[in-house]
Structure formats: structure tokens, C-alpha cells
Design a protein. Structure first.
Length: 171
């Protein structure tokens, strides 16, 4: 709120930004619950393959949104939350399955990289915008990153993929 006030945003813009953030996190929760409920019919591997591409499309839509359309912005941020919903827990799950000997370490590393990325997004965007980089450009790059994540999902979440297990103990 301090940064928004320091930039002289009108109160209505702050309210709309708060709604967009609420819609995002609300849909993260809805998506996690939904994907847990439908995993019998929509397997986790498929969820993991689809969501990054949904996120890429969402970022392109956000980049193309005209200014002065707050309702559309709020709806698209809700869609972004849905696109992000199952990615973190599934990344931890699939990475832990693939690297059996490092299960706990993998989970910790994924969370550490998640927090690092969150920090870059939270504290790197403002200086980039202040330096003249448009938000549409940033969302365009985010869409490219989401497509790359989608490609990597096919490597991490393969059915019947070889797993790295601990060496057998000598008897």
C-alpha cells in the first residue's frame, strides 16, 4: 500500500488492484481443490502439461488488455490464478517421485526457487517499469517462460519414467 500511495494511485485503482489480487489467490485455491477432486478423470500429468500453456495464453491476454478495462483485468487475473493453482504442488510431487533419494531436498529446493522467483516478480517489476519497460512486454516474456515450463513438464511428468533410486545396500 505504501508504494501504491507513493505513486499517487487513485483509491479506485487500489481497490481494483486488491480485487484482482483477491481473484488471483481465490482461484489458486479453487484450482487446487478442483484438480484434487477430478484427478481420477483428469490425471495429474495432464494437469501439469496443460496449466503452463493456459498460463501462457493468460499472460498474452493480459499483455493485450487495453487500459481502462478493470473488470476484464480482474477476470484475467483470476484465470492466471487458476493457471498457477496446481503447478507448485505438482512440481514438488513429480520432482520428488523422479529423484527418490533426494525427496525432501527436492521439495525444499523447489520451494526455495519458488520464493526466489516470487521475489524477482515482486521486487523486480517496479524498477523495470520505472526504467521504461512496459507491463505488456514483461507479460510477454512471462508467456515465453510459461511455454518453456510447459515443455519441461513433459520431461518431469512422464508416465513410467525412470526414477533415480538409492543404491542397494551391500550385504
Amino acid at each position: 500500500m505504501f508504494l501504491a500511495a507513493a505513486r499517487n494511485f487513485p483509491p479506485l485503482a487500489l481497490f481494483q488492484a486488491s480485487l484482482a489480487l483477491t481473484a488471483f489467490w481465490g482461484m489458486v485455491t479453487v484450482g487446487r481443490v478442483l484438480f484434487a477432486m477430478i484427478q481420477r478423470w483428469f490425471p495429474p500429468q495432464l494437469t501439469y502439461h496443460v496449466l503452463p500453456f493456459l498460463l501462457a495464453i493468460t499472460f498474452v491476454i493480459i499483455a493485450a488488455l487495453p487500459s481502462g478495462t478493470p473488470a476484464a483485468g480482474i477476470l484475467v487475473f483470476a484465470l492466471a490464478g487458476f493457471g498457477c493453482s496446481a503447478l507448485l504442488p505438482l512440481t514438488i510431487s513429480f520432482a520428488s517421485e523422479q529423484l527418490l533419494t533426494m525427496g525432501a531436498s527436492v521439495a525444499g529446493a523447489v520451494i526455495a526457487f519458488y520464493q526466489f522467483g516470487y521475489g524477482i516478480a515482486a521486487f523486480g517489476t517496479g524498477p523495470l517499469v520505472d526504467a521504461g519497460v512496459g507491463l505488456s512486454t514483461l507479460f510477454g516474456f512471462a508467456a515465453i517462460a510459461a511455454v518453456i515450463m510447459g515443455g519441461l513438464s513433459f520431461v518431469l511428468a512422464r508416465r513410467g519414467a525412470a526414477k533415480v533410486a538409492a543404491p542397494a545396500a551391500a550385504s
